[in-house]
Design a protein around this ligand. Structure first.
Ligand code: M6R
Length: 602
């Protein structure tokens, strides 16, 4: 969701910015732009649509040794060329790009900027006009910028150029991600490491309400009181090759293919020398001290949390509640005496989850983040972290992070259960069982032809679809429906199959596609009964089942895995169904409309 790149150095900033913006495409955007400073002053190029559209706008000869770039995901004002960033102050002296939402922008506009000419509908333009307003009150640029950000309520990551002092790139952040990329003779500002990896692997974190001034050779970090802050840099562990598609047509397909390897990597990462699962003892102590666990997450991570509830309750015998972040923060349930909060987030930047983290920390509760991005906001701000080790996930549709989240949740549940001496955990050889699940996943990713055929048969022309399940399979059904709707735009619902006849079965008509996921022995016949009910009403049903519960006529049967780990495997055909359905319908698989990978506004 919105991305920023800023560069000051000796290369042509145009190339660094356009390349960086391409790397940020995965975050989701609807328009893009760059500003370059050169002898002619600041030149701005922007365009609605893709980076390629922007590239077509920028003359080959465009040049600058300092510049800022932006991908915009519209919040205030429709996606359009005029609303695309960068934005300038009335005189053209200041140019900024901004991510986030300024909640008090109309109040600030009324109070400080009456009579000013505004060209856009954005909250961002208020920021840049305010900087110019304060600069007009005899403040230098840094002071005017500081004064402006001290007035902003909401979330922001901002990068600023002053045409009267083009030797400095300014930046600041609050709640929205922003990093400094440190170079030799250059410096970069970017929303995440990916945008800068081609230039540097060395980064410096920026904290909320800090003000950054970068020249080619210097980095200055100050807090809002003007006090200098010292901070060590860190080396990013990802490599620029990790974020290339290689020979794959889409990141999503590459990431689905990587899932078995991710599970094996997770096993290695959480194994001790004796080959046993191991989790930081401090985390285990905190979890064992908790009387209830609250899992907080959004979207796919929420669905992984639902599976995690089962895993933790069965293996560690601790009650777990799972909450959608955007609801939890504003409608807290009655809390147990000694709760522990687990935040599940691929990106570690999701604003809805972060607002809950901030609130529960204020109450003094312990927090653990499970994330794929070390160094991300939720990683830094929680008391403890566990990493997903899935490697960069670029496609907007989350796939390998989901299975990684379930694997790490199973590790946590089993490690706590073993320490507590819970029988179910003692009897589980998780290393072996995760290995078996990884093999089964591998078999499924190799069955693409069959799944592509099923997608064509069931989903090529349908306008809706249902996924049924019970127990663990219900949670996978919810994830399957989310995957299908977000990338193919087919309206889909994941249903607890027993609930269908209480209303939703009214939607079943001739040829409605209904997929049933069946892996659990105890409900095998119940769900098959529900499938018969929809068949009797004309549905086009497709059963995906596991060996051991399969029946003749099931369209896809995968090898048996441990009953607690079935979601790792049953989700793979669902992810591939969504992928091929989207492909058949000519959708932009990796960048579905209206969606962002990193949802950094509430
Ligand atoms: O980065 P997070 O895991 O916090 O993101 C949560 C959701 O925005 C995310 O899972 C979203 O639902 C995906 N697009 C689903 O594929």
């Amino acid at each position: 969701m919105c991305g920023i790149v800023g560069y000051i150095g000796t290369k042509n900033a145009k190339d660094v910015l356009l390349d960086g913006l391409e790397k940020l495409e995965y975050r989701g955007y609807d328009s893009a732009g760059i500003a370059l400073f050169n002898q002619e002053g600041v030149q701005i190029f922007k365009e609605k649509g893709r980076i390629q559209d922007l590239k077509n706008e920028v003359p080959i000869a465009a040049y600058g040794q300092i510049g800022i770039g932006h991908t915009r995901w519209a919040t205030h004002g429709k996606p359009s060329k005029i609303n695309a960033h960068p934005h300038q102050s009335e005189s053209g002296r200041f140019t900024i790009v901004h991510n986030g939402v300024i909640e008090n922008y109309s109040l600030l506009k009324e109070e400080y900027l009456p009579g000013r000419l505004f060209k856009t509908e954005t909250d961002t333009e208020v920021i840049v006009q305010l900087i110019e307003y304060f600069a007009g009150q005899e403040l230098d640029t840094k002071a005017a910028f500081r004064k402006t950000i001290s007035l902003l309520h909401g979330s922001y990551a901002i990068t600023l150029i002053d045409a009267e002092d083009p030797e400095v790139l300014y930046a600041a952040k609050n709640k929205s991600p922003l990093l400094i990329g440190k170079g030799n003779g250059f410096n970069i500002i970017s929303s995440d490491a990916m945008a800068a990896l081609k230039e540097t692997k060395e980064f410096i974190e920026i904290l909320d309400e800090e003000l950054i001034s970068l020249t080619r050779d210097t980095i200055m970090i100050e807090n809002l009181n003007g006090q200098k802050m010292e901070r060590d840099s860190f080396i990013a562990t990802i490599d620029s090759s990790d974020i290339e598609k290689g020979t794959y047509p889409h990141y999503m397909l590459k990431e689905i293919d990587e899932e078995p390897a991710v599970i094996r990597h997770i096993i290695q990462s959480y194994q001790n020398n004796a080959g046993e699962i191991t989790v930081d003892q401090e985390i285990l102590n905190e979890i064992m001290a908790a009387d209830r666990i609250y899992i907080i997450a959004c979207g796919t991570s929420y669905h992984a949390g639902l599976v995690g509830k089962n895993l933790i309750e069965q293996l560690a015998e601790i009650p777990v509640e799972v909450h959608v972040s955007s609801e939890m923060g504003y409608n807290m349930p009655l809390m147990s005496k000694n709760p522990l909060f687990i935040f599940i987030t691929q990106s570690g930047e999701t604003a809805d989850s972060r607002q809950v983290l901030v609130k529960v920390k204020e109450k003094g509760y312990k927090t653990l983040t499970m994330t794929n991005v070390p160094g991300s906001t939720l990683d830094r701000e929680a008391d403890f972290s566990m990493y997903l080790h899935a490697g960069p996930e670029i496609a907007v549709a989350s796939t390998k992070a989901y299975t990684a989240q379930i694997a790490v949740l199973s590790i946590l549940g089993a490690a706590v259960g073993k320490q507590k001496g819970i029988q179910a955990a003692n009897e589980l050889d998780l290393v072996a069982e995760l290995g078996i699940a990884a093999n089964a996943m591998e078999g499924l990713v190799a069955s693409k032809e069959l799944i592509e055929h099923l997608a064509a048969e069931y989903l090529a022309v349908s306008r809706n679809a249902f996924f049924l399940g019970r127990g663990m399979d219900y949670f996978v059904a919810m994830e399957a429906a989310l995957k299908l709707k977000e990338i193919s735009y087919i309206q889909a619902e994941g249903f607890a199959s027993g609930e269908l006849k209480h209303g939703t079965i009214a939607l079943i008509e001739d040829a409605t596609p209904v997929f049933a996921v069946i892996t659990q022995k105890n409900i095998n016949w119940n769900i098959r009964g529900n499938v018969n009910e929809v068949l009797a009403r004309g549905a086009n049903a497709c059963i995906i089942s596991m060996e051991g519960v399969n029946q003749p006529g099931d369209r896809l049967v995968f090898p048996q895995v441990h009953p607690l780990l079935t979601s790792l495997v049953s989700v793979i055909p669902c992810q591939l169904l969504a992928y091929y359905a989207a492909l058949h319908r000519g959708c932009d698989v990796d960048k579905p409309r209206n969606l962002a990978k990193s949802v950094t506004v509430e």
